[in-house]
Write a protein that binds this ligand. Structure first.
Ligand SMILES: Nc1nc2c(ncn2[C@@H]2O[C@H](COP(=O)(O)OP(=O)(O)OP(=O)(O)O)[C@@H](O)[C@H]2O)c(=O)[nH]1
Ligand SMILES: [Mg+2]
Length: 269
């Protein structure tokens, strides 16, 4: 995990170790990110990877909010940022979600590892949406790999096990079907191929080093730059929401004098 400071914006510091906001009013509140996408686009996996990698609060937000554990967005706890997860190309629902967002949006083309032409597709989507689109392989990026997994991978590499195109063919060909299914679900096919190659070429590679290698290849860390670039807008959004909360408080008559004195000392930049 990094501990880099990404810079101070309006007295609010954005720190990469947990992309936390630091400042007089925020008391190191972590960044709150909503992650939305069409059903099955990969929002939950992306949210898990963002939380695991950066320590942010990442909430998968479904198309239809309010049903099920994935859809528990608290409307009184607004997000700082929206990560919009698209697939091979942008769809009408993606355009609508980006247009409707009230917070900065970073667009991510998920499951990049499943598309050999992921970079080209993301570039096309970027042109289409007129905003940057970042290809990310969230599944292998945040996979929790154990030393037992590395032992299995090493034994397969030594036995010359190859990963066929189809998962079913692999399950049939693998020496241990349980491990084959588990590692495929953990890493995805491309992540598995990459991991087998990595343990074959580096006899000292341990689970942690393998995880770092997969993460570095995943595109996840490339999201830091656009998030940092949005930090001034994020800070401003927090300030606006806080002030409107204070105004509401004053309008309702609670601590009116104290709140109005506080409002007089504040301004929205
Ligand atoms: N290979 C690969 N598979 C992925 C990746 N991200 C997600 N998946 C797989 O795609 C499937 C759907 O992923 P989810 O993250 O559950 O997608 P979702 O958009 O939250 O789906 P719903 O909540 O059901 O709408 C799962 O089987 C994931 O393991 C990725 O980066 N690479
Ligand atoms: Mg989901």
């Amino acid at each position: 995990m990094h501990a880099d400071t990404l810079g101070e914006v309006d007295g609010v510091e954005l720190i990469l170790s947990g992309l936390a906001f630091d400042g007089p009013d925020f008391a190191r509140t972590p960044l709150v990110v909503d992650v939305s996408g069409a059903p099955g686009a990969g929002s939950s996996t992306m949210a898990a990877a963002l939380a695991a990698r950066f320590g942010v609060v990442a909430r998968p937000v479904g198309q239809d909010r309010g049903d099920g554990p994935d859809h528990d967005r608290r409307l009184d706890d607004p997000a700082d940022l929206l990560i919009r997860v698209i697939g091979a190309q942008a769809r009408a629902c993606d355009r609508a979600a980006i247009r409707a967002a009230e917070v900065p949006v970073v667009v991510v083309a998920a499951k990049a590892d499943t598309r050999p032409d992921a970079d080209r597709l993301a570039a096309n989507a970027s042109e289409d949406l007129a905003c940057p689109v970042h290809p990310v392989s969230a599944l292998p990026a945040a996979a929790r790999i154990t030393s037992a997994d590395v032992d299995v991978l090493r034994s397969w590499a030594a036995a010359g096990v190859r990963v066929p195109e189809s998962a079913a063919a692999f399950a049939a060909a693998a020496p241990d079907q349980g491990s084959a299914a588990r590692l495929l679900a953990l890493l995805g096919r491309a992540g598995l191929v990459e991991s087998l190659a990595a343990v074959s070429t580096d006899p000292d590679l341990d689970a942690q080093a393998l995880a770092v290698r997969l993460r570095q290849a995943s595109g996840l860390d490339a999201l830091v730059a656009p998030i940092a670039a949005a930090s001034a807008e994020i800070a401003r959004g927090r300030r606006v929401r806080r002030l409107s909360g204070l105004r509401l408080h004053a309008a309702r008559g609670f601590d009116r004098v104290a709140v109005e004195r506080r409002l007089a000392g504040e301004r929205v930049r």
